[in-house]
Design a protein around this ligand. Structure first.
Ligand code: FE2
Ligand code: FE2
Length: 279
């Protein structure tokens, strides 16, 4: 007899296969599987299964969308080779490579800006205007919506209270985190990037605040995981009303934005700032 965890694993696997199929359809995939694996044709493909998820997320313009859809951690846990991350997520690595290849070759919206090459000051401004502004607007909206949904459904769905606790902790942590970035770390990075020289900082090397920010990112990632687990991947119950479903959609969107936000900081901004300081 299979255990509950076996059944959950199987359900996740089925869900991943379904998402891959949808992704292929969205990306205009031709009938499968004659595309050979990337590692079999290294001369013209940059995708290899031994590269880390983080490397692929940085190198391929749309990789983060593919990883997000498949539930592959590309920000805080992005240091693992692709093949290992796929094994953990119970997804066939060749399917993921194929989805990555398709995402690279079939973009309807054009390639997003290459933040590896953009001026650092512009990258900082982008993070604040896109991601920080979004968090500040969404946190109060989601807290109000959550209170309303718990008021109606909390009795029948005690997991909502778990989500509420984790979200409030996350919101509290993010408040201080964004303030530290906007008032201390980011102005320092912009000053370095401006080439006008930096006065003495209160934190020594830029690696010190970056280290703290990355620890806080790990904690945020953990809260997002807690909420996803408590809701069994944001599965809506049969008695869910419109507010309930709006809340879950908004939480999924919040999670996606925070993953992208952390990825851009951990994997692009911070390494570039450390490299700039070392020159
Ligand atoms: Fe940030
Ligand atoms: Fe951050």
């Amino acid at each position: 007899m299979s255990t509950i965890s076996d059944q959950l694993m199987l359900a996740e696997h089925k869900q991943a296969r379904q998402i891959l199929a949808e992704l292929s359809a969205l990306l205009g995939a031709a009938a499968q599987p004659e595309i050979p694996l990337a590692f079999e044709r290294k001369e013209n493909m940059a995708i290899t299964t031994t590269k880390t998820v983080r490397e692929l997320a940085v190198e391929l313009p749309h990789a983060t969308r593919v990883f997000e859809k498949l539930g592959i951690d590309y920000c805080c846990g992005g240091g693992r080779p692709l093949e290992e991350a796929c094994a953990t997520a119970h997804i066939a690595v060749d399917d993921v490579v194929r989805a990555l290849e398709q995402s690279t070759g079939n973009s309807a919206s054009g390639n997003p800006r290459d933040w590896n090459a953009a001026p650092l000051g512009e990258l900082v401004d982008h993070i604040v205007s896109k991601h920080h502004t979004y968090v500040k607007a969404e946190v109060p909206r989601l807290q109000a919506l959550m209170t309303k949904v718990i008021g109606v459904h909390g009795k029948n769905h005690p997991e909502l209270e778990q989500v509420h606790v984790a979200f409030c902790e996350l919101a509290g942590e993010l408040g201080g985190h964004l303030m530290k970035e906007e008032q201390i770390l980011f102005p320092y990075i912009k000053q370095m990037a401006g080439g006008t020289g930096c006065g003495p900082s209160c934190f020594g090397t830029v690696q010190n605040p970056i280290h703290v920010m990355m620890l806080e990112h790990d904690s945020a990632g953990e809260k997002l995981r807690e909420m996803r687990e408590a809701t069994q991947n944001y599965a809506l119950p049969q008695d869910a009303c419109v507010s309930y479903s709006t809340l879950f959609s908004a939480l999924v969107e919040f999670e996606q934005d925070l993953h992208q936000h952390i990825h851009v900081e951990n994997n692009i901004l911070f390494p570039r700032a450390i490299e700039l300081e070392s020159r």
